[in-house]
Each structure stands twice: as structure tokens, then as C-alpha cells.
Ligand binder design. Structure first.
Ligand SMILES: [Zn+2]
Length: 508
């Protein structure tokens, strides 16, 4: 199965119709509108990302104008053939010598079931996953390629000495999609996330190294110490940090992933660990990066979901570029930055996805689409301000309730000793998950102040309500009456401090 030529892309027509598998040529060269069709949102994101990577390396737009052309018009058959001509046999899942994202002759005693390749399907801590049983029984070539790609690039390692990808074990991936009904289709979304040559040159400091072979054609040498700057575009986008080899395919039948009939299906793979180090950070175009100065040295890492706080709390890191002269900085994903620049007036949504993990265990799957109204591209500082307001009110509530929990030792006011501040924080996040994304989806970024002030009032109310709700069982408790009163006073003080900021100073 060749990813550039076979029917493997799991789609359904945008206007309704049966799921089916199509070729890359059908996807890129026709006017038909498709959507991805897989049973899991993380696998759909991985499929999208895999397609973006294939298109990125095969048809690099020379400039903005060329990219706009690709977005508006399907590729001609000639341009398609020209693009894939460079990659004969490179992206074949069952190539006899160089199979896609695998190495031949993996030294493993026992095969591993395909469910291990579907991130988070096995293991005890994944009770939050809703998965159809038997999903990993036997996968078609397409689903297998998507799962291989996802495991290598987006998911925590298999654990026990296996390596995770170039962005670490649980990077947040951010991509862009169009909102206009005519352009939400898969073809447009792919092109919106392809970098032009000038964007690539800036991102990779002129070192695209396009002739460098991917890891399955030129394996990583065991024990090697590799400078991230020496990893070229193709090798980096399709990086495979583990030794994996699919078991021979089994008989034809239904794929347990996409549900399509497949001539060849895969029910297991061999895996073996090996060691190497990558020094520095490869500037992956699909993730926000964070820079922190520690002991005079700048440390760079990719954004990850490290707590259960909702995604809006990370939005400024996803969208806003901060480059202070010295100190902490943040860079949105290169594809998001480019889209904001080239498609300044387009209505777009953000696709944000990642896993929250504890080492090899996945605790949470976080994949969502967030709408930000057009115009944010010109005023990213407003996003920063809205996120900060949301966090400030959360902190006010938490601080006041912490007083209730701990009491005040110097005044001999006894605290409740029950962590109601944690309960309130979770509820605050749950309710703000509707408020803040709704505001950003509809905000007029040219005149934001009235709506931002209305948000403050809503959050003020929310804090007061949640405070009364979580302390209600103790209102008449003789030993805690004073603690409730002191904490309530503290909340009023914090909220009134925040009210002083009203009038949009924060957004200025
Ligand atoms: Zn399938």
C-alpha cells in the first residue's frame, strides 16, 4: 500500500453519504468535498496531520500567491504526478525492504497486538476513553499507517525505555480549518496548514535538507547523538523513534478501525527499543513552543496539557507570540502564525489536540475545535487579556476558599479542612468552558470592551454563586460560621480589586 497512490484515506462526502476510502489524487485533484471519517477524534487529527505532512513535502508552495492558488483550486493531474514523482516507494506500508515508518528484522520474541498502537486503548487508567470494543483487532493499511504515525509523533512512548517523538510524549498539536461552509472540506484544511518555502526557511533557519532520507530508509544509528538542527524536513515530519515492524498481513475482511473492507489487514507488530539522543529542539511546525530561562540558560519545550484545566486557559500560548528581550517567550505553531498572516481575513477555527499523560499512561484525550472570530489576527493581545481575566477570577475564588479551608491561625479562626477550593475550581472551569470560548467566537476584536466587561460581570457572579454553593453545608456549622464570613469577605475584596480593572484597561 502506497500512501501516495493507494485508496487508503478514510472519508465521507461533506454533503452526506457513505464512508469510503479514496486516493490522495482523488482528494487533491477533484472538486468533490470530503471530510475525514474515523471513529476517534485523535485518529482523525493524526490522519489530517499525516496528509498535511505528505502534501507539505511533495508540493511546497513557492510563495503566498502559490499557496492561495492551491487553496482555491484543485491540483491538476500533471502537478499531482510531478509532486509524487520524487517519492517512488518512499511511503509504502508493505515495501519489502523499506516499509513506511518501520524497520525490517525487529528483534522481538512476541508480537504486540494492534490495540497497543492505538494510543490509550489498553491500560488501566484509560477509563475516560469511550472506545468501541475490538477496535484494534485487524486494521486496514490506511488505519495502520495513521496509527503508526500517531504513536511515533503524538503519543507517549510505549514506556519501559522506548523513546517518544521529537516533540516529547504528549505535545499539543494546533492546526487551522476554515469556517465558511464551502471550505470546511478536507482538501482546503490540508492546504491551510502547509507552509510556504519562505515560512519553512524561516522556521528551519534555511536548513530544509530536502534530500535527507526518512528514518525507515536511513535508520537512526543506535547510540547516536543527533543535533536537532541536522534533522531535515522529511525526516523530522515522519520521525520514527522506535523499531517497529508489522507482522505479515492477515486475510481480507472488515477493518476494525474505519469499518471499510480491506484486502490486507494487520493484527500485530514487533517492537524493540534502542537508544539515541537528540540534542536541542526540532522546530516542528504543528505545535506551539515555550521558552523558559532557567539559571541563565534558555530551555525550549513544546506545549503539553499538564493539568485538567480547559483548553481556553492555553489559548494565548496557542495564538499569541511573546518574545520578550530576555526571559520567558512563546511561539505559536508555524502553521497558525502563517495562516494568521496570509489568510488575515479568513474565518478560521483552531483544531487543538493532544493527550494528557502520566509517563506511558494516557489520562485524557483532548481534541477539540475552537472558533475565534475573525480579526484576532490583528489584536492577539485581546486574547491574552481575556484568558488572563478568566484566570484572575478563578484565582480570586480559589484564594478566598483556601482561607475557608485553612482558617486563620493568628485569629484562632478554625478552617474546614476539606478541599472545597478544588471542587469550586473544577466547577468554575466546567462553566467557563462555555463562557469564554463563546465570547472569543463572537467577539468583535475591533471593539471588544463592552463584551469583555460583560464577561467580567458574568465571572463575578459565577464566583459568588460557586462560593455560596460549596460553603452552603457549613453556613450554620457553629465552629465554621466565622471561617465562612472571613472567606466571604476575602472573596469580596478580591472581586472588587478585579472590578477596579473594568473599563478595558487589561485589554488596552
Ligand atoms: Zn481502516
Amino acid at each position: 500500500m502506497d500512501l501516495l497512490q493507494s485508496k487508503w484515506i478514510p472519508v465521507r462526502p461533506l454533503n452526506g453519504g457513505a464512508p469510503q476510502a479514496i486516493t490522495l489524487e482523488q482528494l487533491l485533484c477533484s472538486n468533490e468535498h470530503w471530510l475525514l471519517s474515523l471513529p476517534r477524534d485523535d485518529m482523525e487529527l493524526a490522519a489530517l496531520q499525516l496528509l498535511i505532512c505528505l502534501v507539505q513535502v511533495s508540493w511546497i508552495p513557492e510563495d503566498e500567491h502559490a499557496l492561495q492558488g492551491y487553496v482555491t483550486k484543485p491540483l491538476t493531474i500533471d502537478a499531482f504526478r510531478q509532486g509524487i514523482a520524487n517519492w517512488r516507494d518512499t511511503f509504502c506500508l508493505d515495501h519489502p525492504e523499506y516499509p513506511f515508518m518501520q524497520v525490517k528484522g525487529v528483534d522481538a520474541k512476541e508480537p504486540t497486538g494492534m490495540d497497543k498502537l492505538l494510543a490509550g486503548l489498553t491500560g488501566a487508567t484509560n477509563c475516560t476513553f469511550i472506545n468501541e470494543p475490538g477496535q484494534g483487532d485487524a486494521l486496514c493499511g490506511g488505519c495502520t499507517a495513521i496509527a503508526l504515525f500517531n504513536q511515533a509523533n503524538n503519543a507517549p512512548s510505549f514506556g519501559g525505555g522506548f523513546k517518544s517523538g521529537l516533540r516529547g510524549g504528549s505535545p499539543v498539536t494546533t492546526l487551522v480549518q476554515a469556517v465558511d461552509a464551502r471550505f470546511t472540506d478536507l482538501r482546503t484544511t490540508i492546504w491551510l496548514n502547509v507552509l510556504t518555502r519562505p515560512s519553512l526557511v524561516t522556521l528551519m533557519c534555511d536548513e530544509l535538507q530536502l534530500s535527507q532520507l526518512p528514518t525507515w530508509q536511513q535508520p537512526i544509528v543506535a547510540g547516536a547523538s543527533i543535533a536537532a538542527a541536522n534533522i531535515g524536513l522529511v525526516r523530522g515530519l515522519f520521525w520514527q523513534p522506535d523499531h517497529i515492524e508489522l507482522c505479515p498481513a492477515i486475510v481480507a475482511g472488515q477493518c476494525s478501525g474505519c469499518g471499510q473492507h480491506a484486502d490486507k489487514r494487520y493484527s500485530g507488530f514487533f517492537k524493540a527499543k534502542f537508544n539515541f539522543t537528540v540534542n536541542g529542539t526540532w522546530p516542528h511546525p504543528h505545535s506551539p513552543r515555550l521558552f523558559q530561562v532557567k539559571k541563565g540558560e534558555t530551555q525550549e519545550k513544546f506545549l503539553a496539557f499538564t493539568t485538567s484545566a480547559p483548553s481556553w486557559t492555553q489559548l494565548s500560548r496557542v495564538l499569541v507570540r511573546l518574545q520578550p528581550e530576555k526571559g520567558d517567550a512563546q511561539l505559536p505553531a508555524a502553521v497558525v502564525t502563517q495562516c494568521a498572516k496570509i489568510f488575515r481575513h479568513a474565518k478560521t477555527q483552531l483544531i487543538v489536540g493532544g493527550y494528557r499523560n502520566n509517563q506511558a499512561s494516557i489520562l485524557e484525550r483532548r481534541h477539540e475545535v475552537m472558533a475565534i472570530n475573525q480579526g484576532w489576527q490583528n489584536s492577539p493581545e485581546i486574547i491574552e487579556a481575556v484568558v488572563q481575566i478568566g484566570l484572575n477570577y478563578k484565582t480570586a475564588l480559589r484564594k478566598a476558599l483556601y482561607t475557608f479551608v485553612e482558617g486563620i491561625k493568628t485569629s484562632e479562626i478554625k478552617g474546614a479542612g476539606i478541599a472545597v477550593h478544588e471542587v469550586a475550581e473544577r466547577q468554575y472551569y466546567r462553566q467557563s468552558e462555555l463562557l469564554i470560548p463563546d465570547l472569543l467566537a463572537t467577539l468583535n476584536f475591533a471593539e471588544p470592551i463592552a463584551k469583555i466587561d460583560a464577561l467580567r460581570i458574568q465571572l463575578h457572579q459565577l464566583c459568588t454563586e460557586l462560593f455560596e454553593q460549596v460553603t452552603a453545608p457549613y453556613h450554620h456549622h457553629p465552629k465554621l460560621v466565622r471561617a465562612v464570613a472571613v472567606a466571604r469577605q476575602s472573596l469580596r475584596k478580591h472581586l472588587s480589586d478585579l472590578k477596579q480593572l473594568q473599563g478595558g484597561q487589561n485589554a488596552a
